[in-house]
Design a protein around this ligand. Structure first.
Ligand code: ATP
Length: 482
């Protein structure tokens, strides 16, 4: 087996030597250069498993080399060493194609971690574009779709999977942001390590720090044992910060620090611990607008938004609807049962529908339609699409079939009998949280009733995301009637 060879470029002899010794101790071969010119000559003559370059060199900037190496078809990973506190340089290098960076003073643990990731990347073959069904039992994860937009997206994902650069995924609710993040992880050299997805909008603010960074035994009442947080759980792997725009400002500051330092401190601990986590963030909100409105910190935005990935809404890729529908119906079919199909008119109706809830809504619509379809065929009426979205000539949904009423639990006795007689406003509830839960339960049940339990549409009616609705339904114990 050939020993991987690393090229180190730095004009500071001390630093070069430190890096060289560390790499040699790791059993690697090392070449070194003190200028861009020497590095270019070596790169023409040799294949390297990793190029590690300082940013400032006597004859130019390391960034030039990043662009040159990233621009070749060899897929050699290149990383930069940036001056202390120079976050701008790190972000610029990642955008230019560097797979990772180290800040001065160079920590040997971090150097070793970076080298190990680079070696995994250079050993991994570049994945071909296979639109493996994402719905075949949950093993394959790739985003499906044969439209040009989806092909481009998958190609982008293959490239991005080879770097450590933070990725910000944007796109409407249900367009596949989480699936894209899982796909990036699955294609990366981190695939054997955990993928942890966190819904930032669903964690109570008071628990956030403990949930993200973990806590030490006795840090607060109820902390009976030491516990890891999301960062430790995702160590070596990928952490998806979903609904990142919902992070409270105080938590944004702590997160920024963790990203910059690549270290976290458990609540109640005195020392920080290094973490090696690839960050992906996702939101259906316009994060730049959140920054403008002062709801999201600009510095954190800048760190998370190094590379942007936009998931197109389903209505921009109508060509994918047929194959997605087939795959969803196949997934929903009972084992051994005949496959249900769409009539041409039903497919045309779907292609004309706006899909505000994107692929998730398509899943939802088909799941409900299956319950109403006769003889393994789904007609336009079974889809129960909102008529405003149907094209002329297609019949709107049939009158509502008899659906079991969604009945919220009876109102608990929360109203005080002792309301002052002269005040016309209702008495105060004696237990506010119970009362608010009851009000919320009733409103959610009404919305679900109106949409025939289409959760995507119900969430839209209520102006919340699908995930927020799902979380609230779980919390309030609301289930679809049988
Ligand atoms: N291109 C696709 N191919 C196959 N399945 C998809 C695709 N896009 C989305 N899905 C499916 O649609 C559902 C919603 O996807 P996902 O959770 O990734 O969306 P999201 O954009 O993260 O939603 P939200 O903004 O509500 O969090 C999932 O069941 C996912 O498997």
């Amino acid at each position: 087996m050939t020993v991987p060879r690393i090229l180190v470029i730095d004009d500071e002899a001390d630093l070069r030597e430190l890096v060289e010794i560390t790499l040699l101790k790791m059993g690697l071969d090392v070449d070194s250069a003190e200028s861009l010119a020497t590095a270019r000559t070596l790169l023409r003559e040799q294949e390297y498993a990793l190029v590690l370059t300082d940013m400032r060199l006597p004859d130019g900037m390391g960034l030039e080399l990043v662009r040159e190496v990233a621009g070749t078809s060899r897929n050699t990973p290149i990383a930069v060493i940036t001056a202390f506190g120079s976050a701008d340089n790190a972000v610029t290098a990642l955008k230019a194609g560097a797979f990772d960076y180290l800040s001065k003073p160079v920590g040997l643990d971090q150097l070793r971690l970076l080298v190990q990731s680079a070696l995994r990347i250079s050993a991994a073959p570049v994945a071909a574009d296979k639109a493996t069904p994402a719905m075949d039992g949950g093993t394959a994860l790739r985003l499906m779709g044969e439209s040009a937009l989806m092909r481009d997206l998958r190609a982008q994902i293959v490239r991005l999977a080879r770097s450590m650069a933070p990725i910000a995924i944007s796109g409407e609710s249900g367009s596949g942001k989480e699936l894209a993040a899982r796909d990036i992880h699955a294609q990366s050299a981190r695939v054997d390590k955990p993928f942890v997805a966190v819904n930032c909008g669903a964690i109570p603010e008071s628990l956030m720090e403990a949930e993200f960074f973990g806590y030490r035994k006795g840090a607060f009442t109820g902390a009976a044992d030491d516990r890891d947080g999301f960062f430790q759980a995702a160590n070596g792997g990928t952490l998806l910060l979903d609904e990142v725009a919902d992070l409270p400002l105080a938590m944004q500051v702590k997160l920024l620090r963790a990203i910059q330092e690549r270290r976290v401190r458990k609540v109640g601990a005195t020392v920080e611990e290094p973490v090696d986590v690839r960050l992906i963030s996702a939101t259906h909100q316009d994060l730049a607008e959140c920054v403008e409105k002062g709801r999201f910190r600009q510095d954190l935005y800048y760190r998370l938004n190094v590379i942007e990935l936009r998931l197109p809404p389903l209505r921009e890729r109508l060509d994918d609807i047929g194959m997605l529908a087939d795959a969803i119906l196949a997934k929903l079919a009972a084992p051994g049962a005949r496959r249900t199909t769409l009539t041409p008119a039903a497919l045309a109706a779907l292609r004309a529908y706006a899909f505000p809830g994107n692929v998730r809504e398509l899943e939802n619509i088909l799941e409900r339609a299956l319950a109403f379809a006769n003889h393994d065929v789904i007609e336009v009426a079974d889809l129960a699409l909102r008529s405003a979205s149907l094209p002329a000539g297609l019949p709107a949904a049939a009158p509502e079939p008899d659906l079991p009423a969604i009945v919220p639990a009876p109102l608990p006795p929360t109203w005080s009998a002792a309301a002052p007689a002269m005040v016309a406003t209702p008495a105060l509830p004696v237990a506010l949280p119970d009362h608010l839960d009851q009000v919320e339960r009733e409103i959610i049940c009404r919305a679900l009733g109106q949409t025939r339990f289409n959760r995507t549409q119900a969430a839209e009616l209520l102006g919340i995301s699908f995930r927020q609705l799902r979380y609230r339904m779980q919390r309030l114990d609301i289930h679809e009637p049988d």
